[in-house]
Design a protein around this ligand. Sequence first.
Ligand SMILES: Nc1ccn([C@@H]2O[C@H](COP(=O)(O)OP(=O)(O)OP(=O)(O)O)[C@@H](O)[C@H]2O)c(=O)n1
Ligand SMILES: O=C(CO)[C@H](O)[C@H](O)COP(=O)(O)O
Length: 449
Amino acid sequence: MEPRPAAPGPCPGDSRVAAAAAAAPASSLNPAEARAEPGRRAPSVAAVLPAGGSGERMGVPTPKQFCPILERPLISYTLQALERVSWIKDIVVAVTGENMEAMKGIIQKYKHQRISLVEAGVTRHRSIFNGLRALAEDQPNSKLSKPEVVIIHDAVRPFVEEDVLLKVVTAAKEHGAAGAVRPLVSTVISPSADGCLDHSLERARHRASEMPQAFLFGVIYEAYQQCSDYDLEFGTECLQLALKYGHINAKLVEGSPDLWKVTYKRDLYAAESIIKERISQHICIIMDTKEDKNHVGHHLEEILKNELNHVEVTSGALCPAGRDLKQIILEQCYNYVCVNVLSSDFEETQRLLNMLEESNLSILYPVVVISVYFLDYKSVHFDQKMENLMQIREYAKEVRKRNILLCGLLIYYPQDEQKLQASLREGAAIITTLIKERNSGLVGQLLIA
Ligand SMILES: Nc1ccn([C@@H]2O[C@H](COP(=O)(O)OP(=O)(O)OP(=O)(O)O)[C@@H](O)[C@H]2O)c(=O)n1
Ligand SMILES: O=C(CO)[C@H](O)[C@H](O)COP(=O)(O)O
């Protein structure tokens, strides 16, 4: 999942979209390039998310779609991935009656948009069918309207990108049905009744069927209306229903490895790592001194830039109007290093925290703020400096409630150049770890390099 909101992409009916979607990654699909051909119109698109399972294979009491990742339920990441795609008009989520209130709470807390809830069924196919029924315009008092194309996506596949959604929708418009596939990781074999190998499939000729899938609404709705109780009870493949009942050979679209379905407990750890990595790609350094380029704060910045060579390191400005920093916050940077060269108080950090709180940036992801100080025995007395800095615990406790993880870092500042370089490198290593790990257990700590 790309943490920054995607810029609105081209609509699925725009000209050259099919060719572009097949050939290019999403970032190169420039809306300005995709001029509408006369007579071609973007289809209306809705999405149905089955989220009514119990997650037996996960082996925990909470259904996996509600399991927290960085304290936010998994399903909220999937909703975020879909709702940032501006051309998806409605998102219908199927949840069990007993989880309906919890789901409403999630929608409210994380400010999800364009979501409608329906009651889940006892199997995945029945949950999807309920979602389709809600879109079919035969529901009294429904705010939903029948779309031309419907996306079906599991609530437990949080890393779905706009480019693959565009590809399946575009292909569904042309072929009637389409789905994302991946190469098989293991060979599929067929056992005989006595538990011996009957035959094995040639791996290169088969694919794993993933999600998202997309369908002309009429095709999949009619398939569900016609299908047998056996299909509804034991079926696992929507594309198969379109084939069996609509005689549609779905177009298969290559998906990314991140489309996998969170199934086992280890998948939650994998998902958490992916999210942490994605939100650690941009660090903003705010310095309380700008003029002196030789100052120790700038050396620290240089070391950070060298150590984190894949990470974008930006310098932000707090004064006077803080406009730069506002822009950086708007661009959804989740990591801030507030370097206090001149002062040993929290004035600068406090101003940054106020701006972060006002921005609501931390609703979706924990924001890391590291307030850095230098321990120069010559200028300030150690005890006095420590006494000031210990206040960090109070600040940290307060902002923790808003999902901001504040830590302090005191970097030893010896006169000896080599020793100084070593302590700056240690400081940079601590900063890197705090950002990558986002360990809430370290909140309010004053670490020493
Ligand atoms: N009665 C059901 C069963 C499943 N699903 C949803 O279908 C998706 C994919 O199903 P699966 O991974 O099999 O989920 P579970 O059935 O919850 O998992 P398990 O098989 O381990 O119990 C999930 O988003 C799940 O919530 C659903 O909406 N209604
Ligand atoms: O794999 C799939 C593609 O069709 C579906 O996403 C789905 O997961 C079917 O799974 P299950 O039987 O586990 O509910």
